[in-house]
Write a protein that binds this ligand. Structure first.
Ligand SMILES: [Zn+2]
Length: 194
């Protein structure tokens, strides 16, 4: 807007400046924090525009603002020369809502973290059947992973997803990633198919 031949009109400068602002805003509208950055860009564009018009018409900043930026309408020369604003371009950044929490089914730790909890006592001794069943049940939120029925320690089984015979040892098969909670009917059914 500023560094142009002096014969270029004020309106032409504002139109060209507007093209840059609109192009920039359309390119960056996908960005996180776009609205804040657009606001800053508009601030700078406004003052660059004011300076350009001051030079073009050889007037003071105060005169320029009084003439071309009255009533808080931004920089404008009549209706043809309105300096566009980046903040008028709608942001397309979508902030994902957090996963809703479903009571009784929640699992805060990643499976890998659970795995470590179970592995730790193993260095001293093999984890008892009761340990991994309790961890599996807790991780699965006291629900059968097949039919979704609520279960307790008594009404469930910790099932090996891949059969134990596919592993080199019972210990290798008995990892949380290979375990699932099943209700007794589902477990019975799966054992029959296996
Ligand atoms: Zn079931």
């Amino acid at each position: 807007m500023r560094w142009q031949p002096t014969q270029e009109s004020g309106v032409a400068r504002i139109v060209r400046g507007s093209a840059v602002i609109t192009g920039w805003a359309n390119y960056y509208r996908i960005a996180h924090d776009f609205n804040r950055i657009a606001n800053q860009a508009d601030y700078h564009a406004f003052w660059i525009g004011v300076k350009a018009l001051c030079r073009r018409y050889d007037i003071t900043t105060a005169q320029c603002i009084k003439r071309y930026a009255a009533n808080n309408l931004g920089l404008h020369i009549g209706e043809a020369g309105v300096l566009k604003r980046a903040q008028d371009v709608a942001s397309t950044y979508k902030q994902a809502a957090p996963e809703p929490y479903d009571p009784g089914t929640g699992c805060y730790l990643e499976d890998a973290d659970w795995e470590e909890v179970v592995r730790r006592p193993e260095s001293r001794q093999r984890p008892s059947r009761m340990d991994f069943k309790a961890w599996t049940l807790f991780r699965d939120g006291n629900r059968c992973r097949h039919c979704g029925t609520r279960v307790t320690w008594e009404t469930s089984e910790a099932d090996h997803i891949e059969p134990v015979r596919n592993f080199a040892s019972y210990s290798q098969a008995t990892r949380l990633l290979n375990l699932q909670t099943l209700c007794l009917p589902c477990h019975k059914e799966k054992s029959r198919i296996d």
